[in-house]
Design a protein around this ligand. Sequence first.
Ligand SMILES: [Zn+2]
Length: 468
Amino acid sequence: MQVRTIGIALVLVAGCATNPVTGRSELALVSEAQEIEMGKQYAEEVKASIGLVDDPALQAYVSRIGMEMARSSERPDIPWQFHVVDDPAINAFALPGGPVFITRGILTHMNSEAEMASVLGHEIGHITARHSVQQMSRAQLANLGLGIGSILSPTVAQFGGLLSSGLSILFLKYGRDAEAQSDQLGFKYMLDQSYDPREMADMFVTLQRTSPGGSALPTWLSSHPDPGNREVVAKARADSLSRDLSALEVNRDEFLRQTEDLVFGTNPREGFFRENLFLHPDLRFQIRFPEGWAGQNTKQAVIVQSPNQDAIIQLTAGSGTPQAAAQQFFNAQGISETNVGNTTINGLPAVSGYFQAQTQQGTIQGLAVFLSHGDLTYQLLGYTPAERMRGYDATFRSSFGSFGRLTDQSALNVQPARVTLVRVPSRMSLASFNQRYPSSIPLEELAIMNGVETSATIAAGTTLKRVR
Ligand SMILES: [Zn+2]
């Protein structure tokens, strides 16, 4: 949960490069070496801040499928890497120069290896066609990776922002043309590996049916602008192939076996809200945030914002003593402090103090508390524009004073929902299946994750997913 920033010293030298996919020469501000270096650094930040699913067999499976596709692409020799990130959002991301991430959320909504190959192929397409680099050439490079964290300590630098530089690249939207090109490339890559390309249209149907879940990450639908009827285009593309597609690979059962037991939705062990009370079973603490403040729990931080968005409370954790953490924070350039001193909060040793800092948004003031619990030191920051500090001071103090050990057994023992497999014993409707093998999600969601209609009839012997 250490907050990190990356600064990449990009040398802005414009030059011409040949696009690996089109073979055309294009203006590029980023060389291939820089592209690869950037991707590697962003990938490390994604791994540190979102985290990977702790399942070596699953990671190896996804990596093997991705690598086979990438190695037969137009850029076989760049350092490809494929990972499953531990996030409930339904999405997949490509970073410049080789790294591809898919979420466990999207995996729980796929129903075959061929569907997964269609998404991996699409992301590989963004990398082979150098979309992010082209985007960066057009957009201001200076906005990516440069100048982050230069004003203050990294945690305050992005007043009001949830994401650091590496994650903000995940919000980079490609244009519709780039999306259409990636769909086309992904189709080609999956066909090259003998996957049934009709599965690509099925995947798009599932993605269209999903709705945003509880994640800080964007969804596929928001980060991949629809180039227009992408499932219709994918279907037409498959239909236009003058060959027998029935012999091609789908690998439904193998895929389902590999993704069985995946956590479905948000994992409450990593913290959850009970109204304005935030409970963290794995780290065994709780804190009450001000009533009515909206919150977001990410691997890096818990951040809640006042209803009129003029004040923020941010909780992060790191190593070292509270004294050392406080010293580092208050001594940071641009920070001035008052009333710093040792204290205890619900028996936990702490250091607290007020601070003032200059940001691009003006002068902010806040309360900072550093306290020790378990093996970690928690940093609590509450901050607001300087002229509003008087109004928020009591709110910050009351919230920070509620930080304490979690002792509620039901919260300590909470377990995430997981995907399990059922072999349907006889022909039945999805509704009867749901009655006989109940899930902790609504029937509509069960239908979407299984890639069938709510009114579907399921043949005997079919393997279906359920959520428990
Ligand atoms: Zn895309």
